[in-house]
Design a protein around this ligand. Structure first.
Ligand SMILES: [Zn+2]
Length: 178
């Protein structure tokens, strides 16, 4: 929903943390890409690079629209934008460690597809398709999960979740106090 972007105070945006309910919502496709959306994307890149992340989805800044930014190489000029992304195909498997700026202090081993093809709109509303493997493929799947209200801790079993219970409890206490 474009209105959510129009109403947001971009400077005041912050990365929100588990268990904020906005992280569990299914986000809505964006119907318009303009300067205001590009300003949001810039702000998201700023928050992502500051947080030392390689991807950030709009729900993580409290805006439930379907878009995310990424920089698999963590280079300032490697700025990738995916608006209304759709994963068209997933092939093979990879297992690896994942973290999330919205669940600080938690790293989980997660199995993901190894090669994915994603279709999306770029920062100018132009459609594109990209096929990626390993690290970028992992990021695109992680960020698309955010758009469907799914966090990395929803992808692991109860044993792995139990291993992080202290950190999760602490995040729950911080959220309750905020
Ligand atoms: Zn994340």
């Amino acid at each position: 929903m474009y209105a959510k972007i129009e109403q947001a105070n971009l400077d005041a945006l912050r990365v929100i943390h588990y268990p904020d309910p906005r992280l569990g919502e299914i986000s809505t496709p964006l119907e318009r890409v303009d300067d205001r959306v590009r300003a949001l994307l810039n702000r998201m890149f700023e928050l992502m690079f500051t947080g030392r992340g390689v991807g950030l989805a709009a729900p993580q800044v409290g805006i439930n629209v379907r878009l995310f930014v990424a920089s698999p190489t963590f280079e300032e000029d490697d700025r990738q934008v995916f608006i209304n992304p759709e994963i068209l195909s997933v092939e093979g498997k990879q297992e690896g460690e994942e973290g999330c700026l919205s669940v600080p202090g938690v790293n989980c081993r997660i199995t993901r597809g190894n090669v994915v093809t994603v279709r999306a709109l770029d920062a100018y509303g132009e459609p594109f398709e990209v096929t990626a493997e390993e690290m970028p493929a992992r990021i695109y799947q992680h960020e698309t999960d955010h758009l469907d209200g799914r966090l990395l801790i929803d992808r692991v079993g109860t044993v792995a979740r139990f291993a992080h219970r202290r950190t999760l409890k602490q995040l729950e206490a911080e959220f309750a106090a905020s």
